[in-house]
Design a protein around this ligand. Structure first.
Ligand code: NAD
Length: 243
């Protein structure tokens, strides 16, 4: 087992990529803090699945953009497990809105959750982390897949890639900070995309399909394991060859 006796806090872990990462980490022996925003039942079901594997887990409700809530989440996690070895900043939102309808409120909420939320979690978790790993979940939208319909999301993910590098500097050598930039992945965040758009975007992927959450989770696991012992400040693209 690659993460035996490690404790991992995964934000937005009730579904999608966060859920898949929580289950894979638990399979590798980690105990998990399943952070969720609204979906209490789904978060509870992730905890049940983890416990069936023999690992321990708790749910903690928290909006990652609210510093007081993050501080309370970290305090609760430390009270329960005594430490946090791994933080996965996975929580994210997107508003698919044309430029003419996009508002400052869209921009602020997106940056608050996707970028500043990751900073807040990193700040409070690392105040308890002697040695460990942070993985930020960015997106190819922060690199080469940007679009006017998601301009604030794209900026937030480009910012997260930058934050990965600066956090890696700030926290070296004891905390290693890396980033995964997924391309299209089959999760709820994409459930309202028009079918024609999904079809045309699939043509831009060399492997001709969307990824599965589990395929992203495997890269996150690699980055927090001993297999990645000389990697920090890096972004790994997992996108099936998106062009
Ligand atoms: P998802 O919508 O299933 O997961 C996002 C999670 O974040 C949800 O559980 C949601 O409740 C949680 N969340 C939202 N706001 C929150 C807040 N304020 N506080 C705490 N949690 C909050 O979609 P997903 O695809 O699993 O997304 C996970 C991450 O992967 C996101 O950061 C997303 O931007 C990124 N990503 C997804 C894709 C894709 O195609 N699915 C591609 C690139 C990057």
């Amino acid at each position: 087992m690659k993460l035996k006796n490690k404790v991992a806090l995964i934000t937005g872990a009730s579904r999608g990529i966060g859920r898949a990462t929580a289950l894979l980490f638990a399979k590798e022996g980690a105990n998990i803090i399943v952070n969720y925003f609204k979906a209490e039942n789904e978060a509870n079901s992730v905890v049940q699945d983890i416990k069936k594997m023999g690992a321990d887990a708790i749910t903690i409700k928290c909006d990652v953009s609210k510093e007081n809530e993050v501080k309370q989440m970290v305090d609760k996690a430390i009270k329960k497990f005594g430490k946090i070895d791994i933080l996965v900043n996975n929580a994210g939102i997107v508003f698919d809105v044309p430029f003419k309808d996009r508002t400052v409120e869209h921009w602020k909420r997106t940056l608050d959750v996707n970028l500043i939320g990751a900073f807040i979690c990193a700040k409070h978790v690392t105040s308890h982390m002697k040695k460990g790993h942070i993985v930020n979940i960015a997106s190819t939208n922060g690199i080469n897949a940007c679009s006017p319909e998601s301009m604030d999301y794209d900026a937030s993910k480009a910012g997260l890639i930058s934050l990965t590098k600066t956090l890696a500097q700030a926290l070296a050598p004891n905390v290693m900070v890396n980033c995964v930039a997924p391309g299209w992945v089959d999760t709820d965040i994409n459930k309202d995309l028009p079918k024609d758009y999904v079809k045309s975007e699939t043509q831009n992927i060399l492997l001709k399909r969307f990824g599965k959450p589990e395929e992203i989770a495997k890269t996150v696991l690699f980055l927090v394991s001993d297999d990645a012992s000389f990697i920090t400040g890096t972004t790994v693209v997992v996108a099936g060859g998106y062009q």
